[in-house]
Write a new protein. Structure first.
Length: 229
């Protein structure tokens, strides 16, 4: 089977569902796959059976689907194209980080490997896209990322924002408006789950209270920096 845009979208969706931070399930439920792709469960099942016949996925009826090694590599290379295109559109073309996802969704299926390699070279072999999502290498390998969310990181300890999990335009604008983009140094002062609030503070000492749902979508890593009191 030659990979069409539909095939690539299914493989990418399965990959993202099975490798999402916190994901522990071996198989991606078919209902979750169908919802993510935007089709009926019956349509998703028919496509998955075709992918299984091609050796790209393993399908277990009434349980779910997982990528084979071949399917995983193909999905990772689709993500490589998508994320490099996003970064190129932001850094070279000057587009906003909240408007490049839809463009990359289209271009990821048509851009050549040669052009992607050239983009990679021009951008300095980056490891992450504008949202902090890791960029697979030319072999489809993703460098492991150790990160926590603002709900699980230590309190009153400097951390650096490394990744924004939600690509929704409104959420990305919220993140940018409050200066929480990847690379930003902050620390969590107070977490009050009952009140659905997380108080964070940046180097400028300005406090900011966000909801726990937003906090769960921001990945961070510990830093060696300290904030003056």
């Amino acid at each position: 089977m030659l990979p069409s845009s539909t095939v690539e979208n299914y493989l990418k969706t399965i990959y993202l569902g099975s490798t999402a931070p916190g994901a522990t399930q071996r198989l991606l439920p078919m209902g979750q796959l169908a919802s993510a792709v935007g089709v009926t469960p019956g349509t998703a099942t028919t496509m998955v059976k075709t992918l299984a016949e091609s050796g790209l996925v393993k399908y277990e009826p009434y349980s779910g689907v997982a990528l084979t090694r071949a399917g995983e590599k193909l999905a990772a290379l689709v993500l490589r194209r998508h994320r490099l295109v996003e970064l190129f559109l932001v850094q070279v073309m000057g587009l906003r980080w909240d408007e490049v996802h839809d463009e990359a969704e289209l271009l990821e299926h048509v851009v050549s490997d040669r052009l992607i390699d050239r983009m990679d070279e021009m951008l300095g072999r980056p490891e992450a896209d504008p949202h902090g999502d890791p960029i697979p290498d030319p072999d489809g390998v993703v460098k492991p990322q150790e990160a926590q969310t603002l709900l699980t990181c230590p309190l009153r300890t400097p951390v650096r924002v490394t990744r924004v999990l939600d690509q929704d335009k409104d959420f990305l604008r919220f993140v940018e408006r409050h200066d929480l983009k990847p690379g930003r140094s902050i620390q969590v002062e107070i977490r009050d789950l009952a009140a659905d609030s997380v108080l964070v503070r940046g180097k400028d000492d300005q406090p900011l209270t966000i909801g726990t749902r937003a906090a769960s979508k921001l990945l961070v890593q510990l830093t060696n920096r300290s904030f003056a009191k």
